[in-house]
Write a protein that binds this ligand. Structure first.
Ligand code: TXA
Ligand code: MG
Length: 329
């Protein structure tokens, strides 16, 4: 029998149904400074109480995440978000249009409101998101604290879109995983900074840039992702990396390669194949992306050949993740 609220070294992840009992255990675990992985509409998050420095430190440690890379703070709604960050007119309009949902707003941080410094990596801004997923919302309500929650994968690896992915990535870790099935979007939230004169797209994601620009009435400024000065600390060139090498814009498949296909016209291949969307639908492709990468990686192929994917709409976020997966490590 598992003991609820017990946090011990060497314990394995435990997947539980997100019913009343599971939620109550998860909330108790969070209030005791422990960690809980939970589904959101984008990917699974690894959550800890954002006001508890030890819990936040445990999140960094469990992921093997560099301390300079700040975490997204998940809250129940705009009112809670405004306790921790300064929302100007633009930020309020974006929140009204996209929250609850897959948009993360980086805004000036309100100091002294209880968020652990480590969670924001000492920056004077804070990343806030109100998740739409019912289980995430139920967990926030039950725990009664803001949750610092990066994606629930080991740092640099592909984000988890199923409870089983979390359990595989965090094997040997004492984490409780609330099972919500596969996530809807399959790709992380879009991160924008609303902390300066221009609204800047820091990370393309499940909400498209044109949709955000339409609400703002002006185009988004783009952050250049370079290893020297990442605008968002998490925008490292090599990220979201499977173990296999990744070859982009493939039109043919070599011996020993796996194929990540898109659309109806796929090149002949003798190795393992996953098609992100045989009909060429970008929403379907985003939802399937990380599970497909995991599957092809597990096949043992040395290289994953990836067909070209249009760079429009959600394609921008998909290509962003694929480019990072293909970057030299
Ligand atoms: O969909 C998502 O956003 C998921 C779910 C769990 O909510 N979370 C997620 O978290 O993807 P994570 O930690 O993997 O990515 C957070 C991104 C990183 O690129 C980080 O550098 C950036 O947000 N970020 C966080 N705080 C920031 C800040 N104050 N300024 C700039 N970028 C920030
Ligand atoms: Mg991540």
């Amino acid at each position: 029998m598992q003991q609820s609220g017990k946090i011990g070294r060497g314990a394995d992840p435990e997947i539980v149904a997100a019913t009343g009992g599971g939620l109550a255990r998860a909330a108790a675990r969070l209030r005791a400074g422990g960690l809980v992985a939970f589904p959101t509409e984008t990917v699974y998050g690894l959550g800890g109480d954002a006001t508890d420095a030890r819990a936040v430190a445990a999140v960094f440690a469990m992921k093997g995440r560099p301390r300079f890379n700040p975490l997204i703070i998940h809250v129940a709604g705009l009112a809670a978000a405004e306790t921790y960050g300064v929302f100007d007119d633009r930020a309020r309009r974006l929140a009204a249009a996209f929250w609850p949902g897959a948009l993360t707003l980086v805004v000036p941080r309100r100091a002294g409101r209880g968020i652990a410094e480590l969670a924001t990596a000492g920056l004077d801004t804070v990343a806030l998101r109100v998740p739409a997923h019912g289980i995430a919302q139920a967990l926030l309500a039950a725990a009664g604290v803001p949750l610092a929650a990066p994606s629930a994968n080991r740092s640099g690896r592909v984000s988890p879109t199923r409870a089983e992915h979390v359990a595989a990535d965090l094997a040997g870790e004492p984490v409780l995983i609330l099972d919500g099935g596969p996530t809807r979007h399959g790709i992380e939230s879009t991160v924008v900074s609303v902390a300066a004169a221009h609204v800047v797209l820091l990370r393309p994601g499940a909400v498209t840039a044109p949709a955000i620009a339409a609400v703002l009435g002006e185009p988004l400024a783009r952050a250049a992702a370079t290893s020297h000065a990442p605008a968002s600390p998490g925008m490292l060139p090599s990220h979201y990396a499977p173990r296999a090498a990744v070859r982009m814009h493939a039109t043919t498949v070599d011996e020993g390669e796996a194929l990540l296909a898109f659309g109806p016209h796929t090149p002949p291949s003798r190795g393992p194949v996953r098609n992100l969307s045989p009909s060429g639908d970008l929403h379907e492709a985003a939802a399937n992306l990380f599970a497909a990468l995991r599957h092809l990686d597990a096949s043992g192929a040395g290289t994953i050949a990836v067909m070209a994917i249009p760079d429009t709409g959600l394609g921008e976020a998909i290509n962003d993740r694929l480019r990072r997966a293909a970057a030299p490590r």
